[in-house]
Design a protein around this ligand. Structure first.
Ligand code: NAD
Length: 376
């Protein structure tokens, strides 16, 4: 067990201690070297957002204001009026607005370093491949693609083009999640069980998330992937076996093509077992790491704000408070630092591929109603 002082503090005492810089110095997003190889000092990496939907408008555009190493430079959108409106709001030069037909000409624009793919899942592979072939680094939203083969092609294309590829797993760059990982890997004794639920009650039955071809699947591809991620990053291992059961409410127009709920169990090589919930029928998210000396949990665990950590050891429960950050700014700045310093992202394409392989095994286990073994 770690002896870090804030682990033993109550929520109130923890806040007092954090005033001395104790928390931020340990848990803040890593800082960059001011200058990477061949990069001018203080240079910001310039992003093009592809797909101006809910995530791009509601989270990513505002996040640039909190970035140290990343700036918004371009849009790719099928709706020029919408792109012009947000260009005016965020100071994007209208000459840096592209559509899906002239997207490839972005190769001629030296004002764009990174293409951030924020499109429906079925478009991730194509726009990643075309973007890398246009000479740009790629940040791609989760799930990486709809099939493992598409993921492999994305990885190979980026490698061939000598461009970096990162998947937008924002929680890896978030202090509460980083703290939960530390606790899972020693802070609660020996980890035995992970309990991870990721669910929301989905609305409009006509959205692309509920169409199999576009989404690649149902709740698992969209939200259950967070429970799978949690099981993988809390153990630091890859699952060796999978069981699963699924259920969709009969007659519910939302679940004509994709699953509503799919619960799955994972066995890890160390012996840790994970119980995971993925659902589009209820709103709930909680990740709990249970060891032989206590447990630690986040609830909510995958929200954009307001994550809440509880740590139970020796019959007392502490509620440490960590700095609130913009998760998307931290994620983008990490990728920018990787480009500036020529290092590999923490969540590269291989990380997205591993999730796709595991999700395919989860679907297979549910369909076949038997345990599926995953290759080591
Ligand atoms: P959205 O439907 O709100 O936006 C998608 C955008 O793609 C829209 O602007 C739409 O016009 C455009 N588009 C272009 N071609 C399209 C087509 N053929 N069909 C449908 N839309 C088309 O979706 P979103 O919620 O912004 O999600 C986009 C991606 O981001 C998804 O892959 C999703 O999984 C991911 N996402 C990640 C997070 C996260 O926390 N990391 C959160 C939300 C969404």
């Amino acid at each position: 067990m770690s002896n870090a002082p804030w682990e033993r503090l109550s929520r109130r005492k923890f806040l007092e201690a954090s005033g001395a810089g104790l928390v931020t110095s340990r848990l803040a997003v890593p800082t960059v070297r001011a200058q990477g190889p061949g990069e001018p000092s203080g240079r910001k990496i310039r992003y093009a957002l592809v797909g101006l939907g809910r995530l791009a408008i509601g989270q990513l555009m505002p996040a640039f204001a909190s970035c140290k190493h990343s700036t918004l430079a371009a849009f790719v959108s099928g709706d020029r009026d919408k792109a012009l409106k947000y260009a005016a709001e965020y100071g994007v030069d209208p000459k840096n607005i592209y559509n899906y037909d002239n997207y490839d000409t972005i190769r001629d624009n030296p004002e764009v370093d990174v293409i951030y793919i924020v499109l429906p899942n079925f478009m991730h592979a194509e726009y990643t491949i075309r973007g890398a072939q246009a000479g740009k680094h790629i940040l791609c939203e989760k799930p990486m693609a709809n099939t493992p083969d598409d993921c492999r092609e994305m990885i190979a294309t980026c490698r061939k083009a000598n461009r970096k590829l990162m998947i937008g797993y924002r929680l890896h760059y978030e202090p509460y999640t980083q703290r939960l990982i530390e606790l899972a890997q020693g802070g609660v004794g020996q980890l035995k069980v992970v309990d991870a639920s990721a669910a929301f009650n989905i609305g409009d039955p006509n959205q692309w998330r509920l169409r199999r071809k576009e989404a690649g699947g149902g709740s698992l591809m969209d939200i259950g992937i967070y429970a799978l991620q949690a099981a993988r990053y809390l153990t630091g291992e890859e699952p060796s076996e999978v069981n699963a059961m699924e259920y969709s409410t009969a007659g519910d127009p939302r679940f004509k093509e994709v699953e509503e709920t799919i619960n799955f169990q994972l066995r890890f090589p160390s012996g840790v077992l994970a119980n995971c919930v993925s659902s589009y029928g209820v709103s709930y998210n909680r990740f709990r790491a249970i060891g032989d000396e206590g447990w630690a949990e986040l609830e909510p665990a995958s929200a954009y704000h307001g994550l809440h950590l509880r740590v139970s050891r020796e019959k007392s429960v502490d509620e440490p408070e960590l700095p609130a950050i913009d998760q998307f700014a931290a994620e983008m700045d990490h990728f920018s630092e990787c480009i500036l310093n020529d290092t590999e992202p923490k969540t590269p394409g291989d990380e997205g591929l591993r999730d796709l392989v595991a999700m395919m095994a989860i679907y297979e286990a549910a369909k076949a109603q038997k345990t599926v073994t995953l290759a080591a």
